[in-house]
Design a protein around this ligand. Structure first.
Ligand SMILES: [Zn+2]
Length: 104
């Protein structure tokens, strides 16, 4: 199981669906999870079972933000992976804009 935790996970933007990604499953690579990083006012949503059973009740019941920020229980690792890809792409665009605004 440990080997599965460290393998590279594919994250792909879903064409035509802004802020949505297919994120490969750690346990079932043939069935990626759909992640919407702006759902629920930016708290995100994933189609995986972990998000539905562990994260959704926290978001639905509007539990205090400290739980969201500090224990990470309202995001699954697919949401975390999609957010990292979004941030990477955003930083890339910002860097281009900052250094080469004419090339945009
Ligand atoms: Zn998930």
């Amino acid at each position: 199981m440990a080997a599965l935790q460290h393998r590279t996970i594919k994250v792909q933007a879903i064409p035509g669906e802004r802020f949505c990604y297919w994120v490969e499953s750690w346990s079932d690579p043939l069935h990626p999870n759909r992640v919407d990083i702006v759902a629920h006012l930016g708290r995100s949503q994933c189609s995986c079972k972990s998000w539905q059973t562990r994260c959704w009740p926290i978001i639905r019941d509007k539990l205090p933000e400290f739980r969201f920020e500090q224990d990470g229980s309202s995001i699954c690792r697919h949401v975390e992976a999609a957010r990292l890809v979004f941030l990477r792409d955003l930083l890339h665009r910002l860097a281009l804009e900052e250094h080469n605004p004419a090339e945009l």
